[in-house]
Design a protein around this ligand. Sequence first.
Ligand SMILES: Cc1cc2nc3c(=O)[nH]c(=O)nc-3n(C[C@H](O)[C@H](O)[C@H](O)COP(=O)(O)O)c2cc1C
Length: 338
Amino acid sequence: METVLNKEISIAPMMKWTDRHCRYFHRQFSKSILLYTEMISSNAVMFGNRKKLLDYNDEEHPVAIQLGGSNPSLLGKAAKICEKLGYDEINLNVGCPSPKVKSGRFGACLMAEPKLVKECLEAMKNEVNVPISVKCRIGIDDMDEITGLDEFVDQVLDARVSKIIVHARKAFLKGLNPKQNREVPPINYQRVKLLKNRLNNNVKIIVNGGINSMKVSKKLLQWADGIMIGRQAYRSPLMIHYLNQFFSKSYDHYDHDVRINVTENIVNYANQCIKNDKNFKLNHITRHMLGLYSGLPGGRIFRKKLNEIAINNNQPKAILDLSEKIETIIKSKNLMVA
Ligand SMILES: Cc1cc2nc3c(=O)[nH]c(=O)nc-3n(C[C@H](O)[C@H](O)[C@H](O)COP(=O)(O)O)c2cc1C
């Protein structure tokens, strides 16, 4: 039995990555970790294809939806729709540096408009009972990392949000593209720690950015209320299992059993998806699984063969057969080392 984690571990919202199939896959590694959707604009929630954009699997709970936008009234209405659909938390994106998002006046550029962010959050909060959170950077462009972030956060606190997720690096809206903005500006965990100390438990502070090992995770959790992990969890999802194992203090599952169990569940899930839609492409699921054997013997073979299974749109059972083959490779390597 898993115990409730006393710190919050979440998987970051990642556009084109953390779709519902990805989230279902990640859920198999931990029952309690919090999953975030990709960012969805309030306009899309209001006027788009809601079934396509907002449907999710019951098994994904706890699951938070991330909204993008800067029109308080639209965000309030969109939040209400999301709450009705059963999302467990609604998050506002104030960290995305993409030019497209900037031109729509949302994402990271809103860090320069803290009053507007407050209005947006208040409008959302007025419409729903589920927690409202915000995800931001430590600053943008030439904003002062000390005073600028403090001023921004003080406005956000006025809106009585339940938590602030801080990607611990600045975003440069001029000169860097979104990918560079996740790598080039230096990580500054100390700045987030300073914020946490200043706020003294008035709000949960979740730290994000560059968390790529258990060692870094444990260190940050000495002071932060939680950690949010993006790329590392996607590229090497077994990390979700290790985090879950550590924080729930349950060490009774072998990695081998976890991988096979996850694969079995995914095969059942894929069969269900095909049953519901005969044109369903296996690739929608397998593309998120490529990192299952990351860093392990047979990892490269797994990726290659998994792609072949997806291209040929084989029966899902082929994924389990492949996993079992890779486990044999791992076992034989381990025996050689021993
Ligand atoms: C492909 C990709 C898409 C992303 N899309 C979003 C998004 O929709 N909303 C958001 O707030 N952040 C988005 N991010 C940023 C992540 O949520 C996270 O803040 C960033 O990757 C830093 O965390 P990490 O070093 O653990 O990956 C995205 C990141 C990646 C790699």
